[in-house]
Design a protein around this ligand. Structure first.
Ligand code: ZN
Length: 132
């Protein structure tokens, strides 16, 4: 996928590998990691060099277009080879999608602004932003 698609999506640290249209019309955006610091151990900072496996996550993001997008990020799980580090393995993370996050940071911010500025409840903000 060319850089224009990655630029259009605008999620720092991630690159669009390809976009797939599902039979129901949903566009699934396949993402790969494009940030070398994502393989730095979050505990000790050592850059990992041996992959333990792959993990596919589907974080929710701001809607885009009438049907929205479905994100599918294939991220790597790395071994931490630092002998003194208690963490033996970790998954990649980028600022927009920290480890364990189910929504992007920008979607989290948008929901928080709706609650703060528009007086929405958390549930209403989630509905308005198509987060279920
Ligand atoms: Zn470590």
């Amino acid at each position: 996928m060319d850089n224009n698609t990655t630029t259009l999506l605008d999620l720092d640290g991630l690159a669009v590998e390809r976009v797939e249209r599902l039979t129901d019309g949903t566009r699934r955006v396949h993402l790969i990691t494009a940030d070398e610091t994502a393989r730095a151990c979050p505990s000790c900072g050592t850059f990992a060099s041996r992959v333990k496996g792959l993990v596919r996550t589907r974080p929710r993001d701001l809607s885009y277009g009438e049907r929205g997008l479905e994100l599918a990020w294939l991220k790597r799980r790395w071994y931490c080879h630092e002998p003194d580090c208690a963490r033996k393995s970790f998954t990649e993370q980028v600022p927009q999608i920290p480890a364990g996050a189910r929504i992007t940071a920008r979607l989290r911010r948008a929901a928080a602004l709706r609650v703060r500025d528009a007086g929405s409840t958390v549930v209403q903000a989630a509905r308005d932003l198509h987060v279920s």
